[in-house]
Design a protein around this ligand. Sequence first.
Ligand code: NAD
Length: 299
Amino acid sequence: MVAKIIDGNAVAKQVRAEYRTRVEGLVALGCKPGLAVILVGDNPASKVYVDKKAKACAEVGLHSEVYRFPADVHQDVIIAEIAKLNADPSIHGILVQLPLPPHFQIRQVLETISHEKDVDGFHLYNVGGLVVGGIVFPPCTPYGVQRLLESENISVAGQNVVVVGASNIVGKPMALMLMQSEATVVICHAKTRDLAQFTILADILVVAAGVPNLILPQMVKTGAVVIDVGINRLPNGRLVGDVDFEGVKKKASYITPVPGGVGPMTVTMLVVNTVQSAERMLERTKGLAPQPSQVTVLA
Ligand code: NAD
């Protein structure tokens, strides 16, 4: 068996085209979706991600602003900036690029973002929504994985899904979203004993550990769908995922490459969340505006 390679760039392109049309519709109604990104310090990877986010916004027709601060900025300055953005009607999505420098209390910063503009989905309100099934802003990377599975009509209901990695931004929300879609979900992490005994049972295997070559062919069931979220830079400069792509591709039914798999989807789903936020805000504003039938005419 040779796996079909799921082309994340192609799916991302298709989603962006679909949302460009939706943005045109919003602009026609006088609402241009806007994203504000807060970047603290000069982490080179963070700078690259922020540039990609701004570029994706421009491509789909969104307005975006990047607020840059030095690494030693006081947390209160960031909180005050977020408060201003919360009140700014031209901004529909706010994100703080992680990681933040060590002197920050990350949860306190994330909780300051209005949950109605929390396009990364990291506010406790939105995390709670994931748990009870009322998802407003699905976190972008798991949302991208979900969209990739849909693009191939891969149904998750009733499937055995194993998620390797249990971080707050990828593994845990991924597992919750898959559970919401009625998959049977197992979560593995760095302390899991004998990882292979779990991965071999997976109909769908999602790997987000940040360890190159963690998943070898003998750990994968024949015909499994393998989604590689990992991004690792090898000493020779090559970018690889967590899966032995060449080996596993001979056993899986579908596989995502790195680069060109989940990565392009993450940025795209951020745009999607921002557009959906703008649509919801417009809906709310329209609801507040007096409709012709509600206007009382005084005789
Ligand atoms: P993280 O370091 O916060 O979490 C890693 C998780 O993997 C932890 O739960 C840890 O217990 C688990 N883990 C580590 N080693 C393991 C092992 N040997 N066996 C089983 N589990 C193990 O990382 P993260 O932020 O969740 O990111 C994970 C990977 O995904 C990284 O490579 C990151 O660069 C990548 N990533 C990619 C995208 C994308 O858009 N493609 C987005 C976010 C993260």
